[in-house]
Design a protein around this ligand. Sequence first.
Ligand code: ADP
Ligand code: ZN
Length: 598
Amino acid sequence: MINRAEHILKHTFGYVSFRGKQKEVIQTLLDGQDALVLMPTGGGKSLCYQIPGLVREGLAIVVSPLIALMQDQVNALQQLGLNASYLNSTQSREQQNIVMRSMHDGSLDILYVAPERLLLESTLNRLMAADISLIAIDEAHCVSQWGHDFRADYLGLHVLRQAFPGVPRVALTATADERTRVEIIERLALENPSVFVSSFDRPNIRYIVQEKGDAKAQLIKFLQNHRNEAGVVYCMTRNRVDGIAAWLQARKVNALPYHAGMSADERAENQRRFLREDAVVMVATVAFGMGIDKPDVRFVAHLDLPKSMEAYYQETGRAGRDGQPSEAWMVYGLQDVVRIAKMVQDSSANDNHKRVERAKIDSLLGWCETNTCRRRALLRYFGEARDEACGNCDVCITPPKTWDATEAAQKLLSNVYRTGQRFGSGHVIDVLRGKDNQKIQQFGHHKISTYGIGADRSDRQWRSIIRQLLVQNYLLINEDQYGALQLTEKARGLLKGEIEIYLREDIEAAKPERIKKRTFNVSEADQDLWEALKNRRKQLADDQGVPPFHIFHDATLMEMMQHRPQDNAELLTINGVGEVKLEKYGDDFLEVLCRFPN
Ligand code: ADP
Ligand code: ZN
């Protein structure tokens, strides 16, 4: 049967070989066993159930909470010549009846269904009367009550075990942690599942973190490297989303806003444009994201610090699902830290919960200020050990210099102490630098011994030092005292000269602009062909009202550009060109390619 699976991979999907653990997962399901699949975003989870669903006799059910996406997923399969459909609450009764009927005449290969819809007695009864080949439960972490994406309906899915005895079930998720894994197996009542855990590394994503200066100017500069590419810019608040989107629009960037304060229609329209158009920059809060399966998102930018490493990984993971070079870029500054600390403090959560949240922020900050490979540190956080540095993060590319900061840190800590541990970083730095202002006069801080002893460093350098001292736990921010900096127990040793401390140079000094963008290599000479291929794809997509990537992915066009196939047989060797798509679009693209002889 695995031969049949390989045949489908090649002829229907047009792919040369399985990726990662796809083959093992498929084998397990073909053997009739349950499975739990943990794969990062872009790892290729869909094929893990689509292919065995096609190989096994009967209808494959895919449970998904992402109603807005079902139409698109079904369209994508139809593009491949498969018979797919979906059932959810957005359909009219009549539409639902048509789907229900097709379940029984054996013509349907794959059915996407929302959990609440599946669990209706009427739906279950119908499906139980049909011939079911397998059940895939996508986004399986939605059963976890501790996670962000909890869906109560998912808890009911354990009934599938009794309802469909002998039908293999596979749960899939991109959430890695151990606790969620155990929860999924228990709550979905998987039977002796084989568990497949892939590396969570996303090697095509380049991680870049810069210190926040003039964030807008930094963003524009970053976007200059990403002209004509789709991406997401995450901001913390709705106001900021609106502001940044308008600001970018005024600068001729094709930017759109997305946040929970907009009407459902506006959001749907902006999401639609993000998917359908070639290069929209979506400026969004975290309300935008789950279930965006656009493969060619070339960058994810963070203008504000996310809440945790988990959130950062999930959000940046939306870049580069197609495996092509992509960037995760973030600017961060002390203001972010203070703001998040205050948010945690003001929230209604209990103290224990607040402590956990604070620890999560600290981990993220520590990661921002790391002076070793970011990817290694990120993977280590998620429990994956790795020896080599990656060569594809800002730290690897332009290693930060460190310096002996013992004396500077002593100056700063003693200044915090002498001003009574009652002030935030702004005032502390003003005193250190010997500024003259009303607040300093009011508290008589121009008369204390630490006044002006830090005049040799800029505001920016002091902010960087404070951040690193916070991360290394020499300082803390007391939220009960309006963000006042205070000394920790550990600070004592440093002040007494018992500890030496090395800090990384101001991130600014690392000049991240020197980091050359790693893109697809569209050379000057190929530029016209590349544009022509994309234009043809866009026309075909618009004619059918589907996103361009449903016709072909960027990676497929890229291969066409490199290999310049001249006939059907050559075109079939291109990754992503299967038989049905060859039939549908072969001539269109050959026509373009013939206009650009090698
Ligand atoms: P996930 O659901 O894990 O995020 P997808 O199933 O959407 O990932 O797959 C990510 C991308 O990788 C898709 O564009 C898909 O077409 C592509 N892909 C998956 N498996 C293969 C393969 N074996 N060969 C080539 N491309 C693949
Ligand atoms: Zn690295």
